[in-house]
Design a protein around this ligand. Structure first.
Ligand SMILES: Cc1cc2nc3c(=O)[nH]c(=O)nc-3n(C[C@H](O)[C@H](O)[C@H](O)COP(=O)(O)OP(=O)(O)OC[C@H]3O[C@@H](n4cnc5c(N)ncnc54)[C@H](O)[C@@H]3O)c2cc1C
Length: 311
């Protein structure tokens, strides 16, 4: 990065740090929905030490920090994200596998920037079981932990053993038992960045494990608009009901706004028809929330994270 391309307020932020920076980088390509404006400064730290020092400098300078994982659950505003957007490289940390003993499974430690699929690959390769419900969920390990990603079959917290967190004060491991984790949310200390996660997998019925993943992937292909850019489920399912069923019941399935559409295949999914703006997606989210609230009294809670400035 050159000094001339650095926003004046951010000068010195990266001096002497092992990090790659890209001012003004468009974030749409880094999200699965493919919408959103630029990051004021997108930074990929090249070491844990650089990350901690960056967090400390950002805190001292009052610069906001957002962590972007795989962007599979993120809606970036059309005017982009002010401050620092962090993206942890997938290979920032080596993958570690510690077998517990013959047939007993073991521990798998992955960097937060690694793909969720890495955990599934290690599980399959080792002949272990336990994380089937994460197969087919796009994004990173950090995003899976932060969102407590999962399905009706299970949630990330079931296999999570510990996380490593970076803050402006340093970096360290926190046991799963010390974390508050609920439906699609893990409580993290303010400003903490997940850097690694350790998972506990077990020995078990490999054939049943593979069959469960194949069945789940088949179900996804039949019921989800996977060929169009999307962010998965837009709303959390309210207790005892399904957001998709509620949105369909108020007649909004297939509704188009600008370049975005409530999917005709699954009403809890919004797809980008090609040129969607974040404002189109927000418009559909608000319309669905309003119509469902009017008709049923149920207030749908968005699962997708809105980040940045929407104009
Ligand atoms: C086709 C499709 C299918 C999906 N199916 C499912 C499903 O079945 N179940 C499900 O739960 N989700 C599903 N999702 C949503 C998404 O895949 C998950 O929420 C996933 O865990 C998001 O990971 P990510 O890395 O992309 O997170 P991002 O979207 O990048 O971030 C999500 C949140 O996590 C935070 N975060 C990310 N990394 C870190 C970090 N290192 N430290 C601190 N915070 C961090 C971000 O700041 C943000 O608040 C689906 C999405 C798509 C596109």
């Amino acid at each position: 990065m050159t000094a001339s391309s650095t926003p004046p307020a951010r000068e010195g932020l990266l001096a002497g740090l092992a990090a790659d920076a890209s001012p003004g980088e468009l974030l749409a390509p880094w999200t699965s929905l493919r919408v959103g404006g630029p990051a004021e400064l997108l930074v990929r730290p090249r070491s844990a030490d650089a990350l901690v020092r960056l967090l400390a400098r950002a805190k001292a300078g009052g610069i906001p920090v957002h962590v972007l994982g795989g962007g599979a659950n993120t809606l970036v505003g059309d005017l982009g994200i002010p401050g620092l957007t962090l993206k942890l490289p997938g290979d920032l940390f080596p993958e570690e596998v510690q077998p517990a003993g013959a047939g007993d499974g073991g521990l798998v430690t992955l960097g937060a920037g690694a793909a969720i699929a890495r955990l599934i690959n290690v599980m399959r390769t080792r002949g272990w079981v336990g994380a089937e419900f994460l197969a087919g969920i796009p994004g990173t390990i950090g995003g899976a932990v932060a969102m407590n990603a999962g399905t009706k079959q299970g949630e990330c917290k079931r296999v999570l053993d510990a996380v490593e967190l970076a803050t402006p004060d340093g970096i360290g491991w926190v046991a799963r038992s010390a974390l508050t984790i609920r439906y699609r949310h893990t409580e993290l200390p303010a400003g903490a960045v997940l850097t690694r996660a350790r998972f506990r997998l077990s020995g078990g019925d490999i054939e049943a494990s593979r069959a469960a993943m194949d069945a789940d992937l088949g179900y996804r292909k039949r019921t989800q608009p996977l060929s169009q850019p999307n962010c998965g489920s837009v709303f959390q399912n309210p207790p005892g009901d399904h957001a998709g069923r509620l949105i369909e019941s108020v007649g909004l399935k297939g509704t188009v706004l600008g370049g975005a559409q409530i999917s005709p295949l699954h009403a809890n999914w919004i797809v980008n028809l090609g040129q969607a703006r974040a404002a189109d997606v927000v418009g559909l989210i608000e319309r669905a929330r309003e119509r469902v609230r009017e008709a049923t009294g149920i207030v749908l809670v968005p699962e997708v994270k809105r980040v940045g400035v929407f104009g």
